[in-house]
Design a protein around this ligand. Structure first.
Ligand code: 1PR
Length: 478
């Protein structure tokens, strides 16, 4: 490999840097891994991605002499890009006083409740708090400009750039399972029934997971989710094709990938025990950025509400402790249950926009497990609040009644849940036209909207959803 196309990568082994590697290769560069401190000093350009816990990472770097080499490299103003933890570690290793003392270096700030520094730049030293390798075309161009500085624009960003708001996200969801021939296919149900209403009763096949995911990335999806919908009965790590799907997808999809289905503790046929954390780790290693937990989160929440005790042992708690809350989504599969009065049940009910078949004016939303097959004694409202306390970073809120119907999202449900928690809620199930997306953002505090059927059947392109939202004055990433 010619030196001018080589990127030196400092992977200290504590986090998943598969996506950074994929992005660098995608941009046409070769990677040389740092093996010893001198490799840092000899680098033409150094990328330092950081995932994981700060203190642990710092300890590793100090012990193996990398911290000292990094300090020297940075002091010489050699081309450096730190990502995420790579930004924080930079200050720890090169500047005792941290970023406060160096306002001139700040190249962007972000407001997410609190204001924080999202990137800094001084000479050839750059660091970003966000993940450019997961920020679509804009993220890739940031990375490219660092790798190819001579080709990048030399105009300095304005000192007072126009502030943007936190964009609402549009997510494409792929329900994946093996069909009767054993091929992994993207399927799509009507109210969770994925089989054709014909004599053959086949699993509907709407395409191949890797191909569709790449297509949605090109079409402008802000994130892609895979739900392994038979994961509740099959052991997901037995499902090696799903891991393969993630590996291939992450080679050319540079937005966050979520994978769900079957995340729980499991003992296989040979008596070998796998913790949910092992299952999740395998997904992360294969390219997932977040895992989504369905059934297991319902049991965890039920137990927590019964005892009031956080055991620390549930899949939700274990995975969020190791990988951070942002990496754990809880997927809720509720079904609407109409009642005459909110006093009829012990779960939180709402006055519904459209009364039930017997004129009922209220409904509660019963959580289910095993792909909607079993109703549980807990409502979506109660579940959402409990899982937030247990460490969930986001909620994927489906609705069995609306799934695949194309009649719009269940606004009553989404309002109920998104007002009850502070973590982001992804509205799901029922999108049929672009107006359904603006409706859900105007009437609820959902942070994202997810759809499946309309994208798979090519009825509504992702771009037209975004165009519409923009015209409605809703901030989106274009
Ligand atoms: O319980 O941890 O193994 O997770 C199983 C996961 O699989 C859960 O996230 C659950 O939602 C999902 N799942 C299980 N069975 C089905 C099924 O359809 N038979 N799919 C299923 C859920 C619902 C949505 C869908 C939207 C949008 N799919 O994610 O994509 O409703 O669809 P639309 O836009 O076409 O209306 P565990």
């Amino acid at each position: 490999a010619s030196a001018d196309r080589t990127v030196t990568l400092l992977d200290y082994g504590a986090g998943n840097v598969r996506s950074v590697r994929n992005a660098i290769r995608y941009l046409g560069f070769d990677i040389r891994d740092v093996q010893k401190p001198e490799d840092i000093l000899n680098a033409d350009r150094l990328v330092f991605p950081g995932v994981g816990a700060f203190a642990a990472a710092m300890e590793v770097l100090n012990q193996n002499g990398m911290a000292e080499a990094l300090r020297m490299y940075v002091e010489k103003d050699r081309p450096f890009l730190g990502i995420c933890l790579g930004l924080q570690l930079l200050f720890e290793s090169s500047e005792e006083n941290g970023p406060d003392a160096n306002k001139d270096w700040v190249s962007s700030i972000c407001n997410y409740g609190d204001s924080f520094i999202s990137s800094i730049s001084r000479g050839n030293i750059h660091a970003v708090q966000f993940h450019p390798e997961k920020s679509g075309a804009i993220g890739l161009s940031i990375l490219k400009n660092f790798l190819n500085p001579s080709h990048s624009s030399t105009t300095k960003a304005s000192a007072h750039p126009k502030a943007s708001k936190l964009a609402k996200r549009v997510i494409a969801c792929l329900d994946v399972r093996a069909n009767d021939k054993g091929d992994l296919v993207v399927t799509k149900g009507d109210q969770y029934d994925v089989r054709d209403q014909t004599d053959e009763n086949e699993v509907r096949n709407l395409g191949k997971p890797v191909e569709l995911a790449s297509q949605y990335y090109k079409d402008g999806a802000d994130e892609v989710s895979f739900l392994n919908i038979t994961g509740f009965r099959d052991f997901p790590l037995g499902d090696l094709p799903m891991l393969q799907v993630l590996r291939y997808t992450s080679e050319n999809v540079f937005v966050p990938l979520t994978v769900g289905g079957g995340i729980r503790d499991f003992t296989d046929a040979n008596g070998r025990y796998y913790s949910s954390l092992e299952v999740a780790s395998e997904y992360f290693r294969s390219g997932a950025d977040k895992v989504s937990i369905g059934s297991d989160a319902v049991y965890a929440a039920e137990e927590y509400l019964k005892t009031g005790v956080k055991t620390g042992k549930t899949s939700l708690e274990q995975i969020s402790r190791v990988y951070g809350n942002q990496a754990v989504v809880v997927s809720i599969d509720p079904r609407r249950v109409y009642v005459k009065s909110p006093n009829d049940i012990k779960f939180k009910a709402v006055k519904v926009t459209k009364p039930g078949p017997l004129g009922e004016e209220y409904a509660w939303y019963q959580c289910t497990v095993n792909g909607g097959r079993e109703g549980r004694p807990i409502g979506a409202y109660e579940l959402a609040k409990a899982v937030e306390e247990l460490g969930a970073g986001e909620i994927l809120l489906n609705c069995i009644d609306c799934d695949g119907q194309g009649q719009g999202f269940d606004i009553d449900l989404i309002k109920l849940v998104s007002d009850a928690v502070t973590i982001p809620v992804i509205a799901s199930s029922g999108a049929g036209v672009v107006e359904h997306f603006s409706e859900v953002f105007q009437k609820t505090s959902a942070s994202a909207a997810l759809a499946a059927g309309i994208f798979h059947r090519k009825e509504v392109p992702i771009l037209s959803v975004k165009d519409h939202l923009l015209r409605e004055g809703i901030e989106v990433r274009m």
